[in-house]
Design a protein around this ligand. Structure first.
Ligand SMILES: C[S@@+](CC[C@H](N)C(=O)[O-])C[C@H]1O[C@@H](n2cnc3c(N)ncnc32)[C@H](O)[C@@H]1O
Length: 377
């Protein structure tokens, strides 16, 4: 499915990059959950986990819950080599985990797993990065928009994985923010909320918050406002300002929003995020960097890669995702910048507390703060 989706976005490169161009771009092992099946007796979930250095014995699946499970890894996954073509061992990076439902217990309706990639035990926030949530019952998969609206936002995913990954991302956002001093309360803004994939789960991890979601996609916002009434959803402008008062939010997060905005627009939004954050408030934003470039590298020209490697910023790539949805579809792009360039972009607007590669799948994360003493715009 990913292969087909990428073929739709990109035409075949005239001069494809070589393996040497891409090898070494990013060595953070990625993973994904691609299927979940729940029956009376067991839950089976499957996905991909890239073996560090091609060594399958360096990957271990673990859970802190009282879960009885069987792991099958590595499994042949010929399709993975189409996009992880540069990664040693990708042709066998499939996993399948079978949970014995009757003999397994968790604190709530989810089983929490994480992946122990050998060599990364001390990497910051690694437990958060690799967390996977598996629902005990299929209820979590209900209440989603039609597939077309869903895939406009989560291009590569099936509805079940959208649901399960939404919980994981809500956990990641709230845990990482708490790790940086956020007290799990106040107003939270999901900037670029889509159909509420993540916003709907924030209260599970931070019950004292009031969650708002804003997006430029009126169709997804209309769906979310109707189907997720506990969250305050609204349609926002392509360019700031928003209607929010200054100092409104203790936490703003944006998953894969900056990844679609050209640098001038990114800066305008960083200024707005600064304005609407409380002093001391946090903004957690994802960007597409080295691993994202590696992921799509088979569809890029060597010249594109060369520019990215030399400047840290790739030439803008088009996106047709919002054609027919917003009035100026050209606004929405695919934007790639390495972590250093991302930090340089954010620094003039907010304090940079942290910057991590591949914290949200292949996307990087920056953790930003409006200074506590800062009472002006
Ligand atoms: C790749 S989707 C991710 C959606 C959501 N964050 C998630 O992870 O499920 C990017 C979203 O950002 C929205 N978006 C882009 N620019 C925006 C802006 N300036 N303000 C609000 N939303 C924006 C798009 O409409 C789209 O829904």
């Amino acid at each position: 499915m990913i292969q087909r989706a990428l073929q739709k976005i990109f035409s075949a490169p005239v001069a494809p990059p070589t393996e040497e161009d891409i090898a070494g771009l990013s060595d953070v092992p990625l993973f994904s959950m691609n299927g979940i099946a729940i029956s009376e007796t067991e839950i089976v979930f499957s996905g991909l986990a890239l073996p560090p250095g091609g060594d399958y014995s360096a990957v271990e699946f673990k859970s802190d819950d009282d879960v009885v499970f069987r792991t099958e890894y590595p499994l042949p996954t010929p399709g993975a080599k189409d996009y992880y073509w540069y990664w040693p061992g990708a042709e066998q990076c499939g996993f399948r985990i079978t949970i014995d439902k009757a003999r397994s217990h968790s604190a709530d309706d989810l089983f929490r797993f994480y992946i122990d990639f050998d060599g990364r035990k001390n990497a910051p926030l690694e437990r958060e990065r690799t967390a996977l949530f598996v629902p005990r019952t299929a209820e979590l998969f209900e209440n989603f928009p039609a597939l077309e609206a869903l895939q406009r936002v989560q291009r590569f995913d099936n509805p079940q994985c959208v649901a399960a990954r939404g919980v994981g991302d809500a956990f990641r956002m709230t845990s990482i923010a708490a790790h940086h001093g956020w007290t799990r309360d106040g107003n939270v803004l999901d900037w670029g909320a889509g159909h509420g994939r993540v916003a709907r789960h924030i209260s599970r991890f931070a019950p004292q918050t009031r969650v708002k979601g804003v997006d430029i996609d009126p169709q997804n916002i209309a769906w979310a406002a109707e189907h997720l009434p506990s969250i305050d959803f609204s349609v926002g402008p392509l360019m700031p300002p928003t209607a929010y008062e200054s100092g409104s939010f203790s936490l703003i997060y944006g998953i894969s929003v900056m990844t679609h905005l050209e640098p001038r627009v990114q800066k305008a939004w960083l200024a707005e995020i600064h304005r609407i954050l409380k002093p001391g408030g946090l903004a957690l934003l994802t960007f597409s960097g080295d691993a994202a470039v590696a992921f799509i590298s088979r569809w890029l020209d060597a010249g594109w890669i060369d520019t990215y490697l030399k400047t840290g910023v790739g030439p803008l790539l088009p996106s047709s995702d919002l054609v027919g949805v917003i009035d100026t579809p050209d606004y929405y792009k695919n934007v790639h910048q390495n972590l250093q360039r991302t930090v340089e972009t954010c620094e003039p607007f907010l304090d940079v507390l942290g910057a991590h590669e591949c914290m949200f799948g292949y996307q990087d994360l920056v953790i930003l703060q409006r200074p506590l003493q800062d009472d002006g715009a």
